[in-house]
Design a protein around this ligand. Structure first.
Ligand SMILES: C[S@@+](CC[C@H](N)C(=O)[O-])C[C@H]1O[C@@H](n2cnc3c(N)ncnc32)[C@H](O)[C@@H]1O
Length: 227
């Protein structure tokens, strides 16, 4: 089965969410909870404590701005021009340095090989559907990392727990289908870990974070130094 996708459709979602008074992709409370988790995850000995960081699927920039305030040199990329404009506004308001680009995580075309120390999956990989696109995501993350650089994944996994994800979830493809479009992929942790290794990474640490929402796979993987 070839599943239909609509990645640019996220742009409309951001417009609607901003009109509805939301703080970003998530509510203010949701963002605060994610940032608390992220801070804990970044305490891991496997996570570089400084350097050049790229957030894939940064949206309105909430995770990126938090990490920039902790001293990383942050770049964010997202397919939604509306979200990127929103992220730039927030950056200016906060008086923080970070740069945001419109682009596709499947090629990261604007970024040179080996230009980041840390790549954060900004809860974007679970939006990427099908083997070809998911491989493209992971291989572009690998390409832009320096040898020894780290990929930090935060991606939904396992069986859907909330009505928001159960609605339209197809157990066979493990995708949530809206209309005729596959909007989320929620794989089992071992399957996702296998995809990461197939893209060339060495996994350093993985665990499942049980939240009030969906289970999240938190995984750190390294781009090995050239032999
Ligand atoms: C669940 S949102 C998370 C946003 C933000 N990182 C956060 O945690 O608040 C996933 C993001 O991935 C972006 N995205 C989806 N497909 C993409 C693609 N092919 N290229 C770039 N960004 C994409 C969406 O626009 C959306 O901003």
């Amino acid at each position: 089965v070839t599943l239909q996708t609509n990645y640019p459709g996220h742009d409309r979602q951001y417009r609607l969410r901003r009109e509805a008074g939301q703080s970003g992709w998530d509510t203010a409370d949701g963002i605060a909870a994610t940032l608390t988790e992220l801070a804990r995850e970044f305490d891991s000995p496997h996570t570089p404590k400084s350097g050049d960081l790229l957030e894939m699927g940064c949206g309105a920039g909430d995770l990126s701005l938090f990490l920039a305030s902790r001293g990383y040199n942050v770049t964010g990329v997202d397919i939604s021009p509306f979200a990127i404009e929103w992220a730039r506004e927030k950056t200016a308001e906060a008086g923080i340095q970070a740069s945001f680009h419109v682009g596709d995580v499947r090629d990261l075309a604007a970024f040179a090989d080996a230009s980041f120390d840390l790549v954060l999956d900004g809860q974007c990989l679970h939006c990427i559907i099908g083997e070809e696109d998911r491989t493209a995501f992971l291989r572009s993350a690998y390409r832009v990392l320096r040898p020894g650089g780290v990929l930090h994944l935060r991606t939904m996994c396992g069986d859907p727990r909330t009505p928001g994800l159960q609605d339209g979830f197809d157990a066979e493809t493990r995708c949530q289908i809206r209309g005729s479009v596959a909007v989320r992929y929620v794989g089992y942790p071992d399957v996702i870990a296998h995809e990461v290794e197939a893209a060339g990474f060495e996994i350093r640490e993985q665990r499942i974070l049980r939240t009030t929402g969906e289970d999240m796979l938190i995984l750190d993987a390294v781009k090995g130094a050239p032999q």
